[in-house]
Design a protein around this ligand. Structure first.
Ligand code: NA7
Length: 541
C-alpha cells in the first residue's frame, strides 16, 4: 500500500516536504487528477497560483464568459452521484456557475486539504540520482515528488501585446483572463476592447449595454456563430440525468469530443438547395453544430469551406445595418473554422448601437497606449477603461513559463522552442515521470481531460504494481508522434491560417500545430493501445 503521508526532511536550507506526486494547477484536470491519485493511495500536493480553485473558470471572470460546450457535456462524468446531484441552469453555463460547480466538486470529494492556493510554481528540476523532482514555488517553498503532473491549462498564460506606452494609461485597464473578483463598474464610461476572439465576442455586447461608449479594436474578423443559449427546463434536466451514460458514450466517439458529429456527405456533392437547407438548419441550432455537425470536408476542402464561409458572411451582412461596418466584420482572409469559431449572443447587433464603434487596426494600426487612451496611425481615442481581450500564449506557454529542467539539466523551454515535442501528448523525452495532463489533445475540455487523467493514473498504478519507478518515451516514439501531429494538421485548413492553434498569435513564437488535429476518438484509441501493450513507446525502469 502506498504511503499517503508526505515525508518531511530537514536540509541546510529548511524543511522539504516529499510527496508521491505534485500536481501543478487546480482546474478541471488538476482536481480530477488529485481525486484519481488519492484513490491509488498516493500522497499528493496540488499547487495552484490562484486564490481559489477552478483554473480557467477562476481566472476568466469577465462579463459574458461562458461555456461554448453544452453544459451537460462539460460536467465530470466519473461520479454518477455528482451527475445526478448537479443541475445545470443554462444550456451554455456562465462563469459564476462553472466556478461554483468546481468548488462544489472540491467540497464533495474533500479535495481542498491537498490543495495549496496562492502557490505559483517557479521551477521543477529532475534529480537523476534520486529519480525525483524538486519543485520550488515563487515563495521559495521547496517540495519533492517522484511524479509531477502539469495540469496548468492550455489557455492560461495570458498574452498582453507589448504596446508602446502600455503602462502610461491613467484609466483602468484589465486583461480578460485576470478580471477582478469585484464588479468592474463600466456605467457611464468610455471603454475600449482590444481583440475579437472568442473572449472579445462574448464580452463586447455586454460592455456595449453598460458603457457610455464602446470602441472595439479588431485586427482579424472572425466567423462568429449564434450560441442560442437558453435556460434548462425541468424536463430537459430530467432527460440529461436519464441519458448521461448514453451521452458520454457518444461524445467519446466523435471527432472533437463534442456531442456533434460531422455529416458524412461531401459538401459540394449535395445539391445546392439541399445544402442551403442544411446550412439553415445547422444555423438555427445551438452551440457548435454549425461547425462540428457540418459536412465532413469543411475542415479539409477549401472549396467546400468557402461555400459555407460565404453563407456565414451573408448572415453577418444581414445583421449589421451599416454595410461598411458589415464588410469589416465579414472575414475574408481565412477559412471558416481555421480559427476557433466564437459563439455569440447579440454580438453583431451591438454594432448597430449608436454608442459602439468598430476600428479596423489593419487599416489604422495601434501605435501606442497613451495616458488618455489609445493612438492609432489615424487618431488618438480617449478612454476611461481599456480591456485587453488579446488571448493567450497557448498550450506551450503555461509550461515554458516554469523553469523545468530534466535529465542533464536540459531545459524544457529550449526543448519545446520549435513546438510541443511529446509522445501521445503525455510525456516528453528527457523529462521522466513528468506527465502533461493539460496537453495538445484537449479538445472539448472535460471529456478529453478525463481520458488523459485516467491514462496517467492507470500508468502510475501499473508502475507501482510492477515496482517500476521511472517512465519516459523513447526518442523514436516521440519523433513519430511529432510527425503525426504535423501530418494530421497538414490535412486540414488549420495549417495555413494564423491562429493560436498554430502559435501564430504570439510574435516570434515558432509556427507549429499546438492542438492535436486528428480525431479525439483516434487519440483515445492510440493511448489505450499503447497502455494495453505495456506502455509501448515508453521506457519503464
Ligand atoms: P484569441 O482567440 O487569441 O483572440 C485574441 C484577439 O486579440 C484576436 O482578435 C487577436 O487578433 C487580438 N490581438 C492580439 N494581439 C493583438 C494586437 N497586437 N493588436 C490588435 N489585436 C490583437 O483569444 P481569446 O481570449 O479571445 O480566446 C482564446 C480561446 O479561449 C478561444 O479560442 C476559446 O477556445 C476559449 P488576431 O486574430 O490575432 O489578428
Amino acid at each position: 500500500m502506498a504511503n499517503a503521508v508526505p515525508q518531511t526532511s530537514a536540509t541546510d536550507t529548511g524543511s522539504v516536504d516529499t510527496f508521491d506526486a505534485i500536481i501543478i494547477g487546480a482546474g478541471v484536470c488538476g482536481l480530477y487528477q488529485l481525486y484519481r491519485l488519492r484513490q491509488l493511495g498516493l500522497s499528493v500536493r496540488v499547487f495552484e497560483d490562484g486564490e481559489g480553485i477552478g483554473g480557467t473558470w477562476y481566472w476568466n471572470r469577465y462579463p459574458g464568459c461562458r461555456f461554448d460546450s453544452e453544459s451537460e457535456t462539460y460536467g465530470y462524468s466519473w461520479s454518477e452521484e455528482l451527475l445526478q446531484e448537479w443541475n445545470w441552469k443554462e444550456h451554455f453555463s456562465g462563469q459564476p456557475e462553472n466556478e461554483r460547480y468546481l468548488n462544489y466538486v472540491a467540497d464533495k470529494f474533500d479535495l481542498r486539504r491537498d490543495i495549496q492556493l496562492k502557490s505559483r510554481v517557479k521551477s521543477a528540476v529532475y534529480d537523476e540520482k534520486a529519480n525525483r523532482w524538486e519543485v520550488e514555488l515563487e515563495s521559495g517553498q521547496r517540495t519533492r515528488a517522484q511524479y509531477v503532473i502539469a495540469a496548468v491549462g492550455v489557455l492560461s498564460a495570458r498574452y498582453l501585446p507589448p504596446f508602446a506606452g502600455i503602462d502610461s494609461f491613467r484609466g483602468e485597464s484589465y486583461h480578460t483572463s485576470r478580471w477582478p473578483q469585484e464588479k468592474v463598474n463600466l456605467a457611464g464610461k468610455r471603454v475600449a476592447v482590444i481583440g475579437t476572439g472568442a473572449t472579445g465576442v462574448q464580452l463586447s455586447p455586454i460592455v456595449a449595454k453598460e458603457a457610455k461608449h464602446l470602441t472595439v479594436f479588431q485586427r482579424t474578423p472572425n466567423y462568429c456563430a449564434p450560441l442560442r443559449n437558453s435556460l434548462v427546463t425541468e424536463e430537459e434536466q430530467r432527460q440529461f440525468k436519464a441519458n448521461y451514460p448514453e451521452m458520454h458514450k457518444k461524445i467519446r466517439t466523435t471527432a472533437a469530443g463534442f456531442m456533434h458529429e460531422f455529416d458524412p456527405r461531401k459538401t459540394l456533392q449535395v445539391p445546392q438547395e439541399e445544402r442551403r437547407a442544411r446550412y439553415e438548419e445547422l444555423w438555427s441550432q445551438p452551440g457548435f453544430s454549425k461547425w462540428l455537425a457540418n459536412f465532413q470536408d469543411i475542415m479539409t476542402d477549401s472549396d467546400a469551406n468557402e461555400d459555407f464561409a460565404e453563407f456565414v458572411r451573408n448572415k453577418i451582412r444581414a445583421r449589421v445595418k451599416d454595410p461598411v461596418v458589415a464588410e469589416k466584420l465579414a472575414p475574408k482572409d481565412h477559412p471558416f473554422g481555421a480559427k476557433r469559431i466564437p459563439l455569440e449572443t447579440h454580438y453583431y447587433e451591438a454594432y448597430n448601437q449608436d454608442n459602439v464603434l468598430l476600428v479596423d487596426v489593419r487599416e489604422t494600426p495601434i501605435e501606442a497606449i497613451t495616458p488618455k487612451g489609445l493612438k492609432t496611425s489615424k487618431q488618438e481615442y480617449e478612454f476611461d477603461v481599456i480591456i485587453y481581450a488579446t488571448g493567450f500564449d497557448a498550450v506551450t506557454g503555461p509550461l515554458t513559463q516554469i523553469d523545468i529542467r530534466g535529465e542533464n539539466g536540459q531545459s524544457f523551454k529550449e526543448k519545446w522552442a520549435e513546438g510541443p515535442r511529446t509522445y501521445l501528448c503525455m510525456q516528453t523525452v528527457g523529462f521522466p515521470n513528468l506527465f502533461l495532463a493539460s496537453n495538445p489533445a484537449l479538445c472539448n475540455y472535460t471529456v478529453c481531460a478525463e481520458m488523459i487523467v485516467e491514462w496517467i493514473s492507470d500508468c502510475i498504478r501499473y508502475m507501482r504494481e510492477k515496482n517500476l519507478t521511472r517512465i519516459a518515451p523513447t526518442p523514436q516514439a516521440e519523433e513519430a508522434w511529432v510527425q503525426h501531429m504535423d501530418d494530421s494538421a497538414k490535412r486540414t485548413i488549420l495549417y495555413n491560417t494564423n491562429s493560436w492553434f498554430m502559435g501564430a498569435n504570439i510574435p516570434g513564437k515558432k509556427r507549429a500545430i499546438l492542438l492535436y488535429a486528428g480525431s479525439a476518438a483516434t487519440y483515445r484509441k492510440e493511448c489505450q493501445e499503447a497502455a494495453a501493450k505495456g506502455y509501448d513507446g515508453f521506457v519503464l525502469q
